[in-house]
Write a protein that binds this ligand. Structure first.
Ligand SMILES: [Zn+2]
Length: 101
């Protein structure tokens, strides 16, 4: 088995290994279904990417097989948005009730 002609210095070894550290994976939230998504990747749940549905998605497969439409994830978001104002309005109502007392 061949051997290196010269021993690598401590400095040389450390310079080489300075690039060996693992980088943290950047995890985003899907804008449609708020699932964890890798950066620059389509959502694994709803296959949405940059406002479009990626090829080979659940919807595309359903269309090909002419199956009834899969429940749209947008409906969930609308439901969440509809709930949010009520929650925000509730504390104000409590404050108003306190002022009245
Ligand atoms: Zn999604």
């Amino acid at each position: 088995m061949p051997l290196p002609s010269f021993r690598s210095s401590r400095s040389k070894v450390r310079r080489r290994r300075s690039h060996h550290a693992l980088k943290a994976v950047i995890i985003d939230k899907c804008k449609v279904c708020s699932a964890d998504v890798l950066a620059h990747h389509a959502c694994p749940k709803c296959h949405n990417y940059n406002g479009r549905t990626a090829k080979g998605s659940v919807d595309a497969v359903a269309r090909k097989l002419k199956v009834t439409k899969v429940a749209a994830p947008k409906a969930e978001k609308v439901a969440k948005v509809a709930k949010a104002p009520k929650a925000a309005a509730a504390p104000k109502a409590k404050k108003a009730a306190k002022k009245a007392e």
